[in-house]
Design a protein around this ligand. Sequence first.
Ligand SMILES: [Zn+2]
Length: 194
Amino acid sequence: MDIRHTLWVFDAVAGLKDFRNKSLPDVMDKLNREYLANCVGAVPRAGSTDKIISADAKQVTGQTVPAGPFDAVVFLVKDDSQSFGPKIGGAFTSSPDVLGRTFLGTRGGGLSEVYWNKCYSSKELAASIFHEAAHLKSGLDNSMHHARVGAPHGGPGLKVLSANGSSFFSPSLDDFDFYSIAIPRHIIVRTRVP
Ligand SMILES: [Zn+2]
């Protein structure tokens, strides 16, 4: 099956946003060039006949996400204080070094969010958005961080999708394989702010 994937980034920051070292156009550019462009092609899972024919990051321009069946949405909020978790029944514990969170199995489906002011750079934002989208699409919580992807690339293991993903300078082939395999999975795609 031919599959198109869009990773929608919904800028839901309310109030003042810190712009040091980062800009949303830069973040979108990095997501497209350094991440999603590498997730196109045959799905690298044994026995799969699926093919990712396009994978793009796009910023949501209105109040509603025009999402397709294999898409994902990541919300940008300012910091923990603006988390959507409590609104949808998500378990939430504040932690200073957490750059984003994904709430799975919550009302209205899973929700991914990234904290704009807690990320230092466009690079860190792009990595965090990709990381949370991978939790959302795979349906895996912390167990994702230890996933083994295997053939055909098979190494050197997850980097950006590991527990301290933002500490890596660049993603790995396994990060891309993991994400490509997760794209065909059906999830409830949120089309608006909860
Ligand atoms: Zn994680």
